[in-house]
Design a protein around this ligand. Structure first.
Ligand code: ASP
Length: 416
């Protein structure tokens, strides 16, 4: 069957018009609708709503499965395509690491001081999940959704998992089957693009997951967790604002650029980052703004905006660390100093590995949680606010790239 025929086969169903209309609503509005419906259903059903948590778990499982492959492809792609070398490149890693460490420290400090998750009183997940799964068909289904992309291909013998993966890649590659692959670079690009396509399919289910998770939490735990979520949003915004202040101060004292000029010259990039939630999509605009409007040297603009954009995701690092602490506070689990240190380390890796696309931070967050033994079941709670916080942290990711470019440009403006 060719593409047209298969498209026709799917458009023939009577519901497709409704689905297409639903898909044309922006994601944030779909999530908003799901949120309201979830609250209503949760209030109506009470404890019965607990089963509705399944789509949330499914989305999480899929995001988690995608994470290692996405990190692998993103980092391979970056190293293959970026110009490394030169004196500026030698200064770059130090600048990047310092900024990311500051971001995580700011995030953890704000989360420790404000304690947004305190008093939410979520019950920690019960271990009996594991034992009841054989009796419950939904749990059985979830069990067959691969936890990782490569796992089922190894020796865990889950054939259904292999089928899931085969179908996902088969669908993602349908339109690419005629694409000529001349070089290894093309192959890596194709792999990365397919993963991003699959990620977008998972994002389509996010509103359903939000609906289910909100209904089940409101039904079983009431509204306290959502008050906490509001505090979390405020705390993240505060931490991101502090990080932005730090960038501007460093620019003021470490480069010739005046902070107000940077904001004026770079506002297109910042607005675009906020509206697309993708620092990669914003990359060309950031580069052009730095070079043409702010007046940085070509090399420093490209080091910060192009190389930095791939590795430097301070907003994401800050967010992941805060999210880990927040969920720990919500379930009354105390993270020791060592565990918080582990959060710092894994957040660095997770932010470097996060591709500059919407929701990438959520994908790599499972890694941070697993490292410190936090239950990943509660990450879906964050789905309800992630569409907004993603935009805010993306703007900070881009501002971090601008900061690095300005510092690399030094205290002397290039003579024209
Ligand atoms: N959306 C972010 C970016 O493009 C990544 C993230 O999800 O944190 O920079």
């Amino acid at each position: 069957m060719d593409d047209k025929a298969s498209d026709h086969a799917t458009t023939a169903t009577p519901n497709t018009g409704l689905i297409a209309r639903w898909q044309s609503v922006p994601l944030y509005a779909r999530i908003g609708i799901a949120l309201v419906l979830g609250v209503m259903v949760g209030v109506l059903l009470g404890n019965e709503a607990a089963v509705l948590a399944v789509p949330g778990k499914l989305v999480l499982r899929l995001l988690g499965a995608l994470a290692p492959a996405l990190i692998l492809a993103a980092i391979v792609h970056t190293f293959m395509t970026t110009q490394l070398g030169g004196p500026l490149a030698a200064r770059l890693p130090r600048l990047l690491l310092l900024n990311t460490l500051v971001a995580i420290t700011v995030g953890l400090t704000v989360a420790n001081v404000i304690q947004p998750g305190q008093g939410a009183g979520l019950t920690p997940p019960q271990q009996h999940d594991e034992t009841t799964k054989t009796a419950n068909p939904l749990a059985l289904f979830l069990e067959n959704v691969p936890k990782s992309l490569l796992g089922p291909l190894g020796d865990d013998g889950k054939v259904i998992g292999v089928i899931f993966i085969a179908v996902a890649f088969g669908m993602a590659l349908r339109k690419e089957r005629e694409r000529p692959l001349g070089t290894v670079g093309h192959l890596v690009e194709l792999f990365l693009e397919s993963l991003i396509k699959i990620l977008h399919w998972i994002i389509v289910v996010v509103p359903l997951a939000v609906f289910g998770i909100v209904a089940s939490i409101v039904g079983t735990e009431g509204f306290a967790p959502f008050k906490a979520l509001g505090m979390f949003v405020v705390s993240v915004l505060l931490a991101l604002a502090i990080q932005a202040g730090y960038y501007l101060l460093r620019i003021r004292f470490g480069s010739w650029v005046r902070p107000a000029d940077l904001i004026r010259g770079g506002r297109d990039a910042l607005v675009m980052a906020f509206s697309t939630a993708s620092s990669t999509a914003t990359m060309p605009v950031t580069y052009a703004a730095l070079k043409e409007r702010v007046g940085l040297r070509e090399q420093s603009a490209s080091m910060g905006a192009l190389v930095g954009a791939n590795f430097n995701n301070d907003g994401t690092a800050l967010y992941e660390a805060m999210a880990a602490l927040f969920i720990a506070q919500m379930i009354g689990m105390n993270l020791s100093f060592q565990q918080q240190l582990l959060v710092v380390l894994t957040s660095i890796v997770a932010s470097v590995g996060a591709a500059g696309i919407p929701e990438a931070g959520l994908v790599t967050m499972t890694m941070v949680f697993t490292a410190v033994g936090l239950p990943v079941q509660y990450i879906p709670v964050l789905l309800t606010v992630d569409w907004f916080l993603d935009r805010c942290r993306t703007a900070i990711n881009v501002m971090g790239d601008m900061n690095v470019s300005c510092l690399l440009d030094g205290k002397q403006k290039e003579r024209m």
